[in-house]
Design a binder for this molecule. Structure first.
Ligand SMILES: Nc1ncnc2c1ncn2[C@@H]1O[C@H](COP(=O)(O)OP(=O)(O)OP(=O)(O)O)[C@@H](O)[C@H]1O
Length: 577
């Protein structure tokens, strides 16, 4: 029996709720990231995804490097998922003895998709199967075994769920250099971003409800409670199918004597307060909490509102009172479904199975399945035609009609400025990374936020092609060892390309050196420089210049930083003439 006091007494709220949004409000529009129809969502992410957290400020200090004690060796690559330990990558693709990380050897980073509180998600091309994926990597390195266990739980939980049409596809998980990586299916956007970019209504809300009920049915049938269901943790595919993701707070629950679920684990955490079921504040974890969160999410989507984080609106919703000023426009069927989902007491709340058997839900589910089937068949047909046409075109242009070859697009002189500037002085960050983690500069550079747009670079396609083509997958990326960075303190030798006058004097700005090193790392054909050994670190001026940044293709400014040797050369040349 539930204590009647609990339903009437306002629930205690965490301190930060006091400043929170107090009531329901209409959803604020954000810049659309794609066309209005989910079916036409593009797989190409917007340049800066709306829900990324602001970039982290650069660290204000740089840890010192010990010259006495050798730096600790990088922690090895450890596969965490069964999929990866049972079918490890072929040695031609991943060679653990190479200095590059597993990520660096097996994927091409195509850019940042978004940032959450724990992870950064990148769009990647797998060099193993040539498919696009999303790879989430924890922002912070593990701080102790507890932190590590918490992070690893997300990957473990995700894999256990197996494949399901409404669950974000899990591909692999691994640990490297005290960070967790989870490789998943690539989606277009989160449901939250979609809702903010387009105007949704009841019809879409029914479709979303049906998809997410199917996802929850799968989870609950295995005894799992998601506990963080919200539009930000739901992703959309190209066809508009929803995929539930982010299983960081998921708990396995067992049935107690009373027939109600009890948490097996003590460490259950509450998710986002806006979607949180009221009983979670009392430490009562149950499958019913997911139904409540789904109810709040559907209310938000159907009425196009922002749900409150706290205050009276928050309390009202948790006492079973819907905001009638917004819900009045909804059909009576959806209103009654929402009421069943938002019942304050978990025991009185409808279960997923009960909801799925409601006639209205069954009708909508059938409609949804038919429309998804048609859309997905259509998309499959179009992409099939597209690949046939592009294959035929390539065949024609390469063998018979060389004049059909598409000219190489004009190349950028420098990487786009904003990718450098967005995170402030990246050189400081990279330096601190080098000092603290002994990972190579190149490895960190592949994680530049919205990194130098690799796909804009003509070298990018060559690089992908060459690494995908048989036998060439073992070609290592140009090695940019941390030595080349530290080596910048040495006096440069005479540069073979004298007009490339990036200064390398001891006091030169580190960002210039970073620029140089980054360009080096992006070069498709650069091998290690003749001097590129640890004993004799390559001098920065000696490293070959990437083809796409040829000095002659770049407009030159009148004033350029010059090093001593080139000034000496010029003076002696002038003397001869
Ligand atoms: N599979 C994916 N496909 C496309 N985009 C994705 C994918 N996974 C994540 N994203 C993007 O990355 C962003 C951050 O991802 P995610 O929410 O999983 O990180 P997180 O650290 O777990 O966040 P939080 O814990 O704050 O919810 C998402 O908002 C979304 O825009």
């Amino acid at each position: 029996m539930s204590d009647p006091k609990l339903t009437t007494t306002p629930l205690p709220l965490p301190e930060h709720f006091s400043q929170a949004q107090q009531s329901f409000s209409l959803k604020k529009r954000r810049l659309p990231f794609s066309s209005s129809s989910p079916s036409s969502l593009s797989l190409t992410p917007p340049p800066l995804l709306a829900h990324s957290l602001p970039p982290r400020p650069p660290p204000k200090w740089v840890p010192s490097v010990s010259r006495v004690f050798p730096q600790r060796p990088p922690s090895p690559w450890t596969p965490l998922s069964h999929s990866l330990s049972q079918t490890p990558p072929s040695p031609s693709l991943y060679d653990p003895s190479r200095p590059q990380s597993y990520f660096n050897q097996c994927f091409t980073n195509l850019g940042l998709l978004g940032r959450g509180s724990f992870g950064e998600v990148y769009k990647v091309l797998s060099l193993q199967d040539g498919q696009l994926y999303a790879v989430k990597r924890t922002v912070q390195r593990f701080r102790g075994s507890e932190d590590r266990q918490r992070s690893l739980r997300e990957a473990r939980n995700h894999e256990i769920l197996g494949s399901h049409p409404y669950i974000l596809g899990f591909r692999a998980a691994w640990e490297e250099r005290a960070r967790l990586y989870i490789q998943t299916e690539l989606c277009c956007a989160s449901l939250l971003m979609h809702a903010e970019a387009t105007s949704l209504g009841e019809a879409e809300a029914w479709g979303f409800l049906c998809d997410l009920l199917s996802a929850l049915q799968h989870l609950h049938s295995q005894g799992f409670a998601h506990l963080d269901l919200k539009p930000a943790n739901v992703f959309l595919t190209r066809s508009g199918r929803l995929k539930l993701g982010d299983f960081g707070l998921m708990l396995r629950l067992s049935c107690g004597d009373s027939g109600r679920e009890k948490s097996e684990l003590e460490e259950g955490q509450e998710g986002d307060p806006r979607y949180m079921a009221p009983e979670l504040l009392r430490g009562q974890y149950s499958l019913a909490a997911d139904v409540f969160s789904l109810g709040v999410s559907i209310l938000e989507l159907a009425c196009n509102i922002e749900v409150p984080k706290g205050g009276d609106g928050w309390q009202e919703l948790r006492q079973g009172n819907l905001p009638t000023e917004f819900t009045n426009v909804l059909s009576s069927e959806l209103q009654s479904v929402l009421k069943m989902m938002l019942a304050p007491e978990p025991s009185a709340r409808a279960t997923v199975l009960q909801l799925l058997t409601l006639p209205a839900v069954r009708r909508q589910r059938l409609k949804r399945q038919v429309s998804l089937f048609l859309l997905e068949s259509l998309l499959f047909f179009f992409s099939f035609c597209q690949s046939v046409v592009s294959f035929g075109w390539r065949l024609l242009s390469s063998f018979r009609f060389p004049f059909l070859r598409v000219p190489t697009p004009s190349v950028p002189c420098t990487p786009p400025r904003d990718s450098w500037e967005r995170d402030g002085d990246y050189s400081t960050q990279a330096l601190s990374v080098l000092h603290t983690d002994t990972c190579s500069l190149e490895e960190e550079l592949v994680f530049l936020p919205d990194a130098v747009r690799l796909d804009d670079s003509p070298s990018f396609s060559q690089r992908v092609q060459s690494r995908l083509s048989l036998g060439s997958t073992s070609t290592p990326l140009p090695k940019v060892s941390s030595d080349s960075y530290h080596g910048a303190t040495r006096t440069p030798r005479h540069s073979p390309v004298r007009s490339w006058n990036i200064t390398t004097t001891p006091n030169s700005s580190s960002s210039l050196n970073m620029t140089r090193t980054l360009m080096h790392s992006l070069s498709p054909s650069d091998g290690p420089s003749p001097n590129g050994t640890h004993d004799d670190p390559p001098l920065v001026n000696h490293s070959p210049i990437p083809k796409w940044i040829r000095p002659d293709s770049c407009p030159r400014t009148a004033f350029e930083p010059k090093n001593l040797l080139s000034m000496f050369d010029e003076t002696s040349l002038e003397g001869q003439t």
